[in-house]
Design a protein around this ligand. Structure first.
Ligand code: SF4
Length: 369
């Protein structure tokens, strides 16, 4: 990745600081961009009268906005970079700063994946015309069918999505894909998502029954894992940083589902649970946590509420409970569960443990709306 090809779009922020006469600004950046933070501070401090503090704690999303601690330092503006506004109020004036990357990868390498996936989607669409019935034992054996089985397809269109720094490429890619014969939709999601085609690790709400397969513009497995776990649909990837094309392998998704099922089985006899509540403004699901506590009580089990800003094994493993259920960032349970000594479940998985939901009715990816 060539960091110099990122456009940080600081002009609007400079203007905002000048017109608002802001004196102390907190700059919050994702981990990958922090290396360039000092350069940005130099620019901002030379072009305005403000002093700038880096909010140096880890930051993985707009769910994690700087809040009351910086207010106590009398920070009067938060500049949050590289993520977009979501449906939360941190209580502080916040300016979101777009970061875009100017990579423009060739389409050709990804076409074979898309053609193969379109065929899979068309077959699924044909199957969707009939009733989908599958027994409990069969469902447990067919892990890949555990996702995306809830709603039958109504079409087999290509859904075009991307991570935030590549979203500006989507309209042009839509045209290019249509020119080579694909029916393309750029999905629009719910209130947590700002832009068409945007996906978050905890929200893929743009998915609908007319989309049969996906192309993701971005890098890494984080979004491909989430999108396929959420939808069960084939997904091709094109990385604007490298030009590499690929697909999310179904073996990887099956491995994750087997692991989730294993944790559900391992929690079957658990009598006491730690219920994690995230303190970050966009991760705080107090209502879900309290509902799970009541549900555990209904089943004669104990639930202890634990509130944390950051979730990590060193902060929870020692509590004498049998298992944990996480209501903070949904990806902690999915992506990090092997780091924990005890089972770490999602809310849906706890409901399966308690017999309130059935695995064979389809895996529910934990989504924050
Ligand atoms: Fe990302 Fe997790 Fe925050 Fe969602 S809750 S935006 S997945 S860090």
């Amino acid at each position: 990745m060539d960091l110099n090809r990122h456009d940080f779009q600081l002009e609007e922020l400079v203007e905002k600081i000048r017109t608002g006469d802001h004196r102390l600004v907190a700059l919050q950046l994702p981990e990958g961009l922090k290396i360039q933070a000092l350069e940005m501070i130099d620019t901002l401090e030379s072009e305005t009268d403000a002093k700038v503090i880096i909010a140096a704690d880890p930051c993985y999303g707009a769910c994690d906005l700087v809040h009351h601690k910086m207010q106590m330092m009398r920070v009067d503006l938060v500049a949050h970079m590289g993520h977009s506004q979501m449906n939360i109020d941190s209580g502080m004036e916040t300016q979101f700063i777009n970061v875009t990357y100017d990579g423009d990868p060739e389409l050709a390498p990804v076409i074979p994946f898309l053609e193969e996936h379109r065929t899979v989607a068309q077959e699924k669409l044909a199957e969707s015309q009939g009733p989908i019935e599958i027994g409990e034992d069969e469902a447990k054996g067919r892990f890949l069918d555990a996702v995306g089985r809830i709603a039958p397809l109504t079409d087999a269109k290509l859904g075009l999505v991307g991570s935030i720094q590549h979203l500006h490429l989507l309209p042009d890619f839509k045209k290019r894909l249509e020119e080579v014969g694909f029916e393309v939709v750029i999905p629009t999601g719910g209130k947590r998502l700002t832009f068409p085609g945007q996906v978050l690790g905890c929200n893929y709400s743009g998915d609908d029954d007319s989309i049969g397969h996906y192309l993701f513009l971005g890098s890494g497995d984080f979004h491909p894992h989430g999108l396929v776990l959420h939808t069960g649909k084939p997904l091709a990837t094109l990385d604007p940083y490298t030009g590499d094309a690929g697909e999310m392998s179904l073996e990887k998704i099956e491995r994750i589902l087997r692991q989730r099922f294993g944790l559900i089985i391992a929690s079957d006899k658990a009598e006491s649970f730690g219920i994690l509540i995230g303190e970050k403004p966009g991760q705080m699901r107090r209502g879900v946590a309290l509902r799970l506590k009541r549900l555990l009580e209904k089943h004669g089990k104990k639930g202890y509420l634990l509130a944390l800003e950051h979730v990590g094994p060193e902060l929870i493993d020692f509590y004498p409970v049998d298992a944990f259920v996480n209501t903070a960032c949904p990806r902690i349970a999915i992506d990090d569960s092997t780091r924990y000594a005890k089972p770490l479940l999602t809310p849906f998985e706890l409901e399966v443990v308690l017999g309130e939901k059935q695995w064979e009715e389809g895996y529910h990816f934990d989504e924050i709306p």
